[in-house]
Design a protein around this ligand. Structure first.
Ligand SMILES: C[S@@+](CC[C@H](N)C(=O)[O-])C[C@H]1O[C@@H](n2cnc3c(N)ncnc32)[C@H](O)[C@@H]1O
Length: 205
């Protein structure tokens, strides 16, 4: 789905995203909504850190476990809205293409803030709001075709309808920044990708 929506570019974006993350030796890193482990795979050369891949889906965790077999990378199943970790547990928290799917973003952000150590950073990569009117119109025209692909390729147009709907409903760059502030984050940096088709929000506790 990410391939279709980002024209395959999400792989390149994830690479760029990972390169932005400030990781220090000994850091504990939480990859929230880790899915099949794309980000952890890009980070698995960091044997000097400890990682947790956390996701609500057993099937996604299974895929990730098949792909990544490192002693310093563990997998935990659970919901972002109720993190089973003590306060101030992590040095870095990352989430890519996950936040949009959480049923309660406000609660999840509060949980992220709680388990992140003071003065450390939360990095979020997500689809966002395209700035240019023309590109936005073009993208939404293109997105109407995607459920048709879904029907033809996987006999499932609903999942693709959901994807487009979730992108449209997701807070734009300014609204997400406000949600982060309301959850207690500060020094928020926003980096637009492809004119805002996706955006990275970096925020500090
Ligand atoms: C589009 S995938 C992204 C996976 C991965 N981060 C990536 O970039 O490839 C979204 C993931 O969010 C997980 N997810 C959805 N709702 C969640 C929730 N409330 N708590 C934890 N994980 C959730 C799904 O199971 C899925 O693996």
């Amino acid at each position: 789905m990410n391939d279709l929506m980002s024209f395959g570019l999400h792989r390149y974006w994830k690479n760029e995203f990972v390169n932005l993350i400030d990781i220090k030796t000994g850091d504990s890193i939480l990859d929230l909504a880790s899915g099949s482990g794309d980000l952890l795979k890009l980070l698995d050369h960091r044997s000097d850190c400890n990682f947790i891949g956390y996701d609500s889906s057993e099937r996604m965790l299974k895929q990730a476990k098949k792909k990544i077999k490192k002693k310093n990378i563990k997998f935990v199943k659970g919901m972002a809205e109720n993190l089973p970790f003590k306060s101030d547990s992590f040095d870095v928290i990352i989430v890519s293409f996950g936040l949009r799917n959480f049923y309660d973003i406000k609660k999840s952000l509060r949980e992220i803030k709680r388990v992140l150590k003071k003065g450390r950073k939360f990095y979020c990569l997500e689809f966002s709001h395209i700035n240019s009117f023309l590109f936005r119109k073009l993208f939404y025209a293109y997105s109407k075709i995607i459920p048709v692909y879904g029907k033809i390729l996987l006999n499932n147009s609903e999942a693709y309808d959901y994807l487009i709907d979730s992108i449209k409903k997701f807070p734009n760059q300014v609204e997400l920044t406000q949600k982060l502030i309301d959850s207690g984050f500060k020094n928020i940096e926003v980096i637009d990708i492809l004119d805002g088709l996706a955006a990275i929000h970096i925020s500090e506790t």
